[in-house]
Design a protein around this ligand. Structure first.
Ligand code: C2O
Ligand code: CU
Ligand code: CU
Length: 542
């Protein structure tokens, strides 16, 4: 059991994510935890699907060139109709977890067996334009494409998904996505210190909310993002995992098209349980941080440790998404500029629940609106085991990017003439309105209008650092850990950053590249309906 003085020591003066965690030993065990319907969907709890060494999300080492096909594919028990299929002798993988080492060469021969064009993007990886798969080049049905690159990134959980402009949301929703695990020294050190074994005590959790098999977004869906009525965790709703009294590592990816989550852990009878945040999109933090909850937007990842060594056999913990205001304020007053003149009219100023008015007016009041609470995964303590390991005080090293001499580049996120826009523009293939000099550091100041909604901004090709958040909404400001308004999830390397309505987020990007010549990337909102709708700009690094 982590005691307050222990984790304060481990933090080395770093602020808490929120208030101090409750002590598990103070909590009454709940031996009669519910076994069904805990997700409130009338569905029966099922064992969590844990990826193995073959099959769905099976881990595959990329020591030799890999042949991967995007194809119609079904796997037992999961609702997806498409998959990335790999066949190696007797072994068949769907959406394999690609396990690579830093510095390693990766060769993937990709084939398109879909009836639409597609391409694969390696989200978060530092690769050159031909290997980035941003959609500037597409593979036609029946065609193929060869990827060949070196792994430059730190250890961490990255992922891959399609990126054909205008069709990304539909292809990802139908099941095309997978994980990439990069390993290095820091990673091996962590696993051995905590005796973490992938597939038993280290488990990926892939969140995706769903409606039904078909992807047919309405105008409202295109505006707000495609939200589902159920949440899949590794492909099923209402999963549980039988656990022992030790530390577990969960590597969480939000693979939802649009939905953000406010993730936390509680006991079966509702007491909040702290967890340890050890990394984000671009890998491990310098030191672990205790947290009670974090927001996770589309494409973001968190790496967390859950310490069950102080629990008793029979107890149940629940990973949940908690209630928050989704802040879809697209119709909110004041109408200060063009961005406020929405094509679907105006809400009464001063209305207490603008987002409800908005959603009702848009005709997409669904069973599970964004920001509604839901249990996602039960952890059922079933076995006592002797376990005394503690997270290392130092996980990795992280050089801060200095923005002292950096040029500042402004971005505005807003809506006009029926489209979400960056700096009043929508994506035009072949245009690169952002031009950056290689080997320079830039500070990007991303401002989201008040009458907007949250946008998960993602840059290809480079990991970034969050420098500062200003005028954050109260529900976010309550989670800040420093005077710069940053969140616990802002202290590591990121490739996607959620910018809330009315908020300004300053990020630092070091445009150092290990590639010859100019490279072209994209900067876009990872709400896939917004991305497909053109909330994306070309970025040229010369
Ligand atoms: Cu995960 Cu351009 O995207
Ligand atoms: Cu909405
Ligand atoms: Cu967006």
């Amino acid at each position: 059991m982590y005691r307050r003085r222990d984790f304060l020591k481990a933090l080395g003066g770093m602020g808490l994510c929120a208030f101090p965690p409750p002590s598990l030993s103070d909590q009454s065990a709940s031996p009669n935890a519910p076994t069904a319907d805990f997700c409130g969907e009338g569905s029966k709890a099922v064992p969590l699907f844990v990826p193995g060494t073959t099959g769905l999300f099976g881990r595959v080492a990329l020591d030799a060139p890999l042949r991967m096909r995007a194809a119609p594919s079904t796997s037992p028990g999961v609702p997806w109709s498409l998959g990335y299929v790999v066949e190696q002798g007797e072994r068949r993988y769907v959406n394999p977890t690609l396990v690579v080492r830093r510095g390693q060469r990766v060769r993937i021969d990709f084939e398109n067996d879909l009836s639409d064009p597609t391409i694969v993007h390696w989200h978060g990886l530092s690769v050159d334009t031909p290997n980035d798969g941003a959609g500037l080049t597409l593979v036609s049905p029946g065609g193929s494409y060869s990827y060949d690159f070196e792994v430059h990134n730190r250890s961490g959980l990255y992922w891959y998904h399609p990126h054909p402009h205008g069709m990304t949301g539909g292809q990802a929703y139908r099941g095309l996505f997978g994980l990439i695990e990069i390993e290095d020294e820091d990673e091996r050190h962590l696993r051995s210190a905590l005796d973490l074994v992938p597939g038993s005590s280290e488990i990926p959790l892939i969140l995706q909310d769903r409606r039904d098999a078909a992807y047919s977004p309405s105008d409202a869906d295109r505006m707000h993002g495609f939200l589902g009525d159920t949440v899949l965790v590794n492909g099923s709703t209402c999963p549980f995992l039988d656990v022992a009294t030790r530390i577990y590592r969960f590597r969480v990816l939000n693979a939802s098209n649009a939905r953000a989550y406010r993730l936390g852990i509680r006991t079966a009878d509702g007491k909040e349980v702290a967890f340890t945040l050890i990394g984000t999109d671009g890998g491990l933090f310098e030191s672990p941080m205790r947290c009670n909850e974090v927001f996770l937007a589309s494409a973001e990842r968190i790496d967390i440790l859950v310490d069950l060594s102080g629990t008793a056999v029979g107890e149940t913990l629940v990973l949940e998404t908690r209630r928050f205001d989704p802040m879809h304020l697209e119709m909110a007053a004041p109408a200060a500029n063009d961005h406020a003149s929405m094509e679907h009219g105006a809400a009464p100023a001063g209305s207490a629940s603008l987002s409800e008015v908005d959603h009702a007016a848009m005709g997409h009041t669904r069973a599970f609106p964004e920001g509604a609470p839901r249990a996602l995964l039960q952890l059922r303590v079933r076995k006592h085991t002797a376990y005394a390991a503690r997270p290392p005080a130092k996980l990795a090293t992280m050089a801060p990017i200095s923005v002292v001499d950096a040029a500042e580049r402004p971005f505005r996120l807003g809506f006009a003439k029926g489209r979400w826009r960056i700096n009043d523009r929508v994506f035009v293939m072949g245009e690169t309105p952002i031009e950056v000099r290689r080997d320079t550091v830039e500070a990007w100041l991303i401002r989201n209008y008040f009458n907007s909604m949250p946008h998960a901004m993602h840059l290809h090709g480079f990991q970034l650092q969050v420098i500062e958040r200003q005028t954050s909404p109260d529900q976010l400001a309550a989670l800040k850990i420093d005077a710069k308004g940053r969140l616990a999830t802002d202290v590591g390397w990121k490739d996607t950053v959620l910018v809330w309505p009315g908020e300004s987020v300053k990020i630092a990007v070091d445009f150092k590249m290990p590639f010859e010549g100019a490279q072209t990337y994209v900067f876009h909102c990872h709400n896939l309906e917004h991305e497909d709708g053109g909330m994306m700009l070309g970025v040229k690094v010369v």
